[in-house]
Design a protein around this ligand. Structure first.
Ligand code: ZN
Length: 310
């Protein structure tokens, strides 16, 4: 038996945020710079509350801070706006406060707007929370935002979407529907990156989220978190860890993923933590590893980490 789950409403297309009517008195959760970039103005909302200090790789403390500050304000719903970090925080706060969620990605990679996943740091370590109550009520995917994004952001986000759909395709938890979505996402994203076709990257990121969100990522993501804990961005870490995972798993996407990573010119990453500690932490990530197509041992993980550092 298979089940597919997604937000109640997915709205997409260029300028869709402009055409959408947002509720009054919403709480906007976003990162620093949302006002300066003209994002709020673009939504055309009035009478809103604002929290605009979501940090990259956000922690559960940020969620608690927002709850403390706004739980007694009489806001109507939560609008999460920004990259995966802002959306993950906004989804978690909405879930805790039982508020309607409208999610608007401004970077195109995490797929957070259409998944039941929030990744937050707990005690300094990245942890992914999976819960149906984290689904957005409305996800609005508007390619308007990609045209003002720095290349570095587009590159980091696109490689995340590519890692997610290709790991998702190989996931043991997948089915013919998720494979269809993940494979189509990979094709869109690959063409998008190779030809810098922004619309294809935006579409690919959405389809990737819908695909992997219903089957989970695997080894590449499990390996990446120890690097994120040391400050590497999610996409940067994945450009190395997912490539290595694809080689280990003999994924059909290995060669194509490699070409894309080369095209995007990611610099090297290096793990400072010792291999044994890191491998134990990675091995405990059963949400990802139980879905990996091949069994993986602690020694396998240590040799993969060594390969990255060499
Ligand atoms: Zn990811």
């Amino acid at each position: 038996m298979y089940t597919i789950k997604q937000p109640k409403e997915i709205i997409f297309g260029k300028n869709s945020c402009k055409e959408y009517t947002f509720p009054d008195n919403s709480l906007v959760i976003t990162s620093n710079g949302a006002i300066k970039r003209g994002w709020i103005e673009y939504l055309g909302i009035k009478n809103y509350f604002l929290f605009d200090s979501v940090e990259p790789n956000p922690s559960i403390e940020t969620v608690n801070e927002i709850i403390n500050e706004f739980q007694n304000s009489n806001f109507s719903c939560i609008i999460g706006m920004g990259g995966g970090s802002s959306l993950d925080v906004a989804k978690f706060v909405s879930h805790k406060l039982h508020k309607k969620k409208i999610m608007i990605p401004t970077t195109f990679g995490s797929g957070s707007e259409v998944t039941r996943i929030s990744v937050l740091k707990v005690d300094g370590k990245k942890k992914s929370f999976h819960n149906d109550e984290l689904f957005a009520d409305s996800a609005i995917i508007d390619s308007f935002f990609i045209y003002n994004s720095p290349t570095e952001i587009i590159k980091n986000s696109a490689i995340d979407a590519l890692a997610q759909c290709s790991e998702g395709f190989d996931s043991k938890n997948g089915n013919y529907y998720t494979k269809f979505l993940c494979n189509y996402a990979f094709e869109l994203l690959e063409a998008g990156v190779m030809n810098m076709d922004h619309e294809k990257i935006v579409k690919g990121s959405l389809v990737s989220g819908l695909g992997f969100g219903n089957c989970s990522t695997t080894l590449g993501h499990a390996l990446s978190y120890v690097f994120s804990n040391e400050g590497y961005s999610h996409g940067h870490a994945l450009s190395h860890t997912t490539l290595l995972a694809h080689e280990f798993n003999k994924s059909k996407y290995y060669e194509r993923f490699k070409k894309i990573v080369e095209k995007l010119k990611f610099s090297r990453i290096k793990l400072e933590q010792n291999y044994v500690e890191a491998s134990e932490l990675i091995l405990s990530d059963r949400k990802h590893l139980d879905n990996n197509p091949l069994e993986i041992t602690k020694n396998d993980i240590i040799s993969l980490l060594k390969k990255i550092n060499d």
